[in-house]
Design a protein around this ligand. Structure first.
Ligand code: HEM
Length: 346
């Protein structure tokens, strides 16, 4: 994935060269970047090819969000609203587009243009889809669902992480300078990041953690079902109970993080998560926890490290006077009005 992230970041930074001394809106820039990265690595396509799928998924997220909190009167509850009808139509159009992509790959295999289904995520899913009579076989619906999950999980979350990191480093110029010093120490001004160097970006890791704590992309948290009677703290939880783990609330609890909980202080992570959480490491869970923990944890942190390192090698940035702070929850917590910064070449 490292070469794919570098190639996508280079495309973005090429555009930025034209904006020297001007304002850019990075949330939109990172939307294109993170879409390009997931399209290349998981689906062997480009952002342009997958653009309409991302667009429809975004529309669907907004509609689902609106539908979740809609109140309706008892009798008309069963009559679908316009939003619900639009959502049903969108789900079908997304499924059709994904199956179109699947058919293209199948055609290439049939016409012997390629050797097999491929080693990317789509290729692995196609192998399972064609795995006649074996336990690995998945249905067309499962294939479509898996693709949708990866498009959303792989793009939206990383997009917001990168945007909030740039916001925080624009406000905290001292941390921007420290992070740049580390990047230049590890890679110098010109060398593209590599896997070995990425693991040595300790300060950058602390900045990522602190950003994920303050602006957890999956702000709403996650659910767990109790499938056997369980004791949790002072509660006995019977089978069938569903409980919610509110990531954002836990990440902002002063009893765990201290009275400076609302401040951006990456050095709270300098001696690891246990120390930062007052010996309660499970209180830091931006990627969830347990067997269902985020499958893209390493992918996302490496994508963030590479992208921010490449920006720091080339540009300084400061917050534009036009910036309006407006964190807005859709699936991830997004900057609703974008993040505008002024960039200057080093
Ligand atoms: C900053 C970026 C990301 C954050 C904060 C994040 C966060 C999360 C969270 C909180 C969960 C639920 C975990 C649980 O229930 O315990 C999750 C699940 C998941 N994530 Fe991520 N994620 C990120 C990036 C990614 C990326 C880049 C990918 C794919 C390339 C990805 C793929 C997945 C998948 C497939 C699951 C479902 C895992 C399962 O249910 O077994 N995520 N993520």
């Amino acid at each position: 994935m490292v070469p794919d992230v570098i190639a996508s970041a280079e495309m973005m930074l090429e555009r930025w060269k034209m904006k020297e001394g001007k304002e850019i809106e990075v949330h939109e820039e990172f939307r294109i970047l993170s879409s390009e990265v997931i399209s290349r690595t998981a689906f062997g396509s480009s952002f342009k090819e997958g653009q309409h799928i991302f667009g429809m998924l975004n529309e669907l997220m907004i509609l689902s969000d609106r539908n979740t909190f809609k109140m309706s009167l008892p009798i008309i509850r069963y009559v679908p609203t316009k939003d619900e009808k639009d959502a049903i139509r969108l789900v079908q159009r997304i499924a059709d587009s994904i199956m179109e992509m699947v058919k293209n790959r199948q055609e290439k295999v049939k016409n012997r243009e390629v050797d097999g289904f491929g080693k990317d995520y789509l290729g692995l899913l196609l192998k399972a889809y064609h795995d006649e009579g074996h336990s690995m076989k998945i249905s067309a619906d499962q294939l479509v669902d898996e693709c949708k999950t990866l498009y959303v999980a792989g793009q939206e979350t990383t997009n917001t992480l990168l945007s909030w990191m740039i916001l925080l480093l624009s406000i905290h110029q001292d941390w921007q300078e420290e992070a740049r010093r580390e990047v230049l120490r590890v890679f110098g001004p010109d060398k593209t990041p590599d896997s070995d160097g990425i693991t040595r970006l300790k300060l950058m890791g602390m900045i990522i953690n602190e950003t994920l704590r303050l602006y957890s992309p999956v702000f709403a948290g996650f659910m767990r079902d109790v499938d056997k009677e369980t004791r949790l703290g002072k509660f006995d939880l019977p089978v069938g109970v569903q409980f919610h783990i509110p990531i954002m609330a836990i990440h902002h609890d002063p009893d765990i993080w201290g009275q400076d909980v609302h401040l951006f202080k990456p050095d709270r992570f300098s001696e690891g998560v246990a120390k930062a959480t007052n010996n309660n490491p499970s209180a830091f869970m931006p990627f969830g926890m347990g067997p269902h923990t985020c499958a893209g944890f390493n992918f996302a942190t490496n994508e963030a490290k590479i992208t921010i390192a490449m920006i720091l090698q080339r540009f300084t940035f400061s917050l534009s006077p036009g910036y309006v702070h407006s964190p807005f929850p859709v699936l991830a917590v997004r900057p609703e009005k974008g993040v505008q910064v002024i960039i200057n070449s080093l």
